[in-house]
Write a protein that binds this ligand. Structure first.
Ligand code: ATP
Ligand code: MG
Length: 609
């Protein structure tokens, strides 16, 4: 019989939705734990997933989930699925292999770059292994959308993706094949898109909370995707690939790729704003001085007096850079760095990279180190905002061992564009409240994005509005990396002995470990197993013929939230220990199942609240 309090807590219901098989005998599955993690595993989640036998490597960036790992994976996946379904989104399952045509229609066949895997079928037709699915969903909706009455709706899939990452690393955190939840909203106008976007953001917050993850949402770069608004859901992590810029006073939070700061005025060596000069530009010899530090020393001034000029090669620029030109000269104040993501977004390019030495020599007529915007003719100048408050400054002289002094921006050179392309750093000033930024490392788990009509327009999606007029719907897209989320749960919840799963994501919530699986201990263990099964708790019975020490070590490493030890010396009591606690409790075996089920239910309710 189900105790009343459990019925109320909805434990049975929750676990039924989570998974089909919620019980297992260890002898019937493969538990293959490793004492040592392989050498290429350098972060805790990767090491522990390998050591606990949750995943195994099949190739570079290619990981397979073993039965225990898949159980945890399904829980994560199902939390995502439940919350999206609750938010009124519809799951579907497009194919992973897609025809090249739809990618050609959107223009991303060329723009996407080398991350996209493009096999050919036996007929020699180009195909794509889906790295994302804006095109597929847009094409599928195009076929079925006719009237405004069908809008708005959001479709999603939880499906395999492939990206040919240059440097797959950290196990499933950055794999080549991975699973993503990607959702796409279709709306008639901006107000509806704002509502769909907010709906997705709210679902994300519930999803991560239920898994026991604390996320920070940050303003994000809109990159090659195009579009108007974008936020990333980050978890703080020492091994994070992203840098977050945060304000201690207000809610400003942004990925460094996107972060903006208040413009500051360039100062001279006395800390005073720089003053305009009416002296003409003058060429000075600077033999053997190349770096900004050496130049500051040589000219007895500070880095803020220099305009640093970097030549970038631009791929697929969406703005006109002049005839047959793929290069720009980016000018920025000497103490600052260029943010390539901002530059890429400014130029609507698929990528930017520093030009090769040969290209620099060809464009500047000088060796590397003497580029400057004055008299430069072979590449347009992009000036960071910082340059526009500079006066009487120093630039490269477009000749070996030569610099220009008394340079006045706007007088001596005219940028093709002026924009914010600087890297914002801790210590810079918040543009919204004047606070001083600090920074943290983070990992991106999810992304929400207002796409606008980028895909619906290029791929010709229309519907008839109230007046029978043909109009283009607008889209939003929303992604969560399932594998990366799973790994992040382990990053956030582990100790030196292993994983400490949250109750909602554990492969099994309870492990029953008989000291030896025989006689009275077997009888009690079997009966607890049956009782917990009946109560709807995910339970594993470690019936292996192993030494108790091995079984305890495995239980800690795999990280079941609750362990029940059945040993001769304690019977008729059993030992109930939370993985996160230091001490165990002795409970009469006859009460243990109910007590444990209550702990599970309470913990799930807490995560769910
Ligand atoms: P990143 O900057 O980390 O490469 P992204 O901006 O390319 O991420 P999106 O295109 O927004 O990622 O994909 C949505 C989600 O898919 C990400 O938030 C992340 O959780 C997951 N994801 C992306 N690339 C990978 C990968 N190589 N391995 C595992 N998960 C990934
Ligand atoms: Mg990426």
């Amino acid at each position: 019989m189900l105790p009343k309090n459990l019925e109320k807590s909805g434990l049975l219901l929750i676990n039924e939705i989570y998974c089909i098989m919620n019980f297992m005998k260890a002898s019937k599955t493969i538990i293959s734990t490793l004492r040592e993690a392989p050498n290429d595993a350098v972060i805790a989640s990767h090491q522990l997933m390998m050591r606990a036998g949750l995943i195994r490597k099949l190739g570079n960036g290619l990981y397979s989930y073993m039965p225990l790992g898949l159980k945890a994976f399904r829980k994560v996946e199902n939390i995502i699925r439940q919350e999206l379904d609750n938010a009124g989104m519809n799951e579907m399952k497009p194919t992973v292999i897609q025809p090249a045509e739809i990618w050609k229609e959107s223009g991303r066949w060329e723009k996407m770059g080398a991350e996209m895997l493009k096999p050919q079928n036996r007929g020699g037709q180009d195909m794509v292994v889906s790295p994302t699915a804006e095109e597929a969903f847009t094409a599928l909706v195009r076929d079925g959308l006719s009237s405004y009455k069908q809008l708005p709706f959001t479709l999603y899939q939880i499906n395999t993706k492939y990206r040919d990452e240059i440097r797959p690393r950290y196990g499933v955190m950055r794999g080549r094949e991975f699973t993503m939840m990607d959702a796409y909203s279709f709306d008639k106008d901006q107000a509806d898109l704002d509502a769909s976007y907010e709906n997705a953001a709210n679902a994300y917050r519930r999803i991560f909370k239920r898994m026991g993850l604390t996320t920070i949402s940050v303003k994000a770069d809109t990159g090659a995707m195009g579009g108007s608004g974008s936020e990333e859901f980050m978890v703080e992590s020492e091994v994070g690939d992203d840098t977050l810029i945060l304000c201690p006073n207000c809610k400003y939070a942004a990925n460094v790729e996107k972060a903006a700061c208040k413009d500051d005025v360039a100062v001279d060596s006395n800390g005073k704003p720089q003053v305009a000069t009416d002296k003409a530009v003058e060429e000075i010899p600077t033999p053997d001085v190349k770096t900004i530090e050496e130049l500051s020393e040589f000219l007895k001034t500070t880095a803020q007096s220099f305009i640093k000029t970097l030549i970038y090669k631009v791929e697929n620029a969406g703005v006109d850079l002049g005839k047959n030109n793929d290069f720009v000269a980016v000018c920025i104040r000497g103490d600052l760095d260029v943010n390539e993501a901002k530059l890429c977004a400014l130029l609507k390019a698929s990528d930017v990279e520093l030009a090769s030495e040969a290209d620099v020599v060809r464009i500047t007529d000088a060796p590397v180190g003497f580029a400057g915007p004055v008299k430069l003719t072979k590449a347009p100048v992009i000036a960071d905002n910082s340059v526009m408050t500079m006066h009487d400054c120093v630039t490269g002289g477009l000749k070996k061992d030569v610099h220009f002094i008394h340079v006045e921006p706007n007088r001596d050179f005219t940028p093709m564009m002026t924009a914010d392309v600087r890297v914002v750093k801790p210590g810079d000033i918040c543009p919204e409240c004047g606070g001083t930024f600090y920074s943290k490392k983070g990992n991106e788990l999810g992304h929400i994005f207002k796409l606008g009509d980028k895909y619906t327009k290029s791929m010709n999606v229309t519907y008839l509005d109230e007046n029978g007029k043909s109009v283009t719907p607008i889209m939003g897209c929303y992604g969560i990396g399932v594998d990366r989320t799973l790994a992040s749960i382990i990053e956030a919840h582990h100790d030196e002995n292993g994983i400490i799963w949250t109750m909602s994501t554990a492969p099994y919530q309870v492990a029953i470990v008989p000291v030896m699986y025989k006689e009275k201990m077997k009888e009690v263990a079997d009966s607890l197993y049956e009782e917990l099964k009946a109560l709807g708790v995910d339970v594993l019975l470690d019936d292996r013929d192993e030494r108790p020490g091995v079984k305890f070590k495995d239980a800690d490493l795999i990280g079941y939230p609750i362990r029940i030890v059945v040993g001769d010396k304690n019977l008729p009591n059993v030992e109930v220990k939370l993985r996160s606690a230091d001490k165990a409790d002795l409970i009469p075996a006859t009460d243990a199942a109910k007590a444990v089920a209550k702990i599970v239910a309470d913990e799930l309710a807490k995560l769910n609240s």
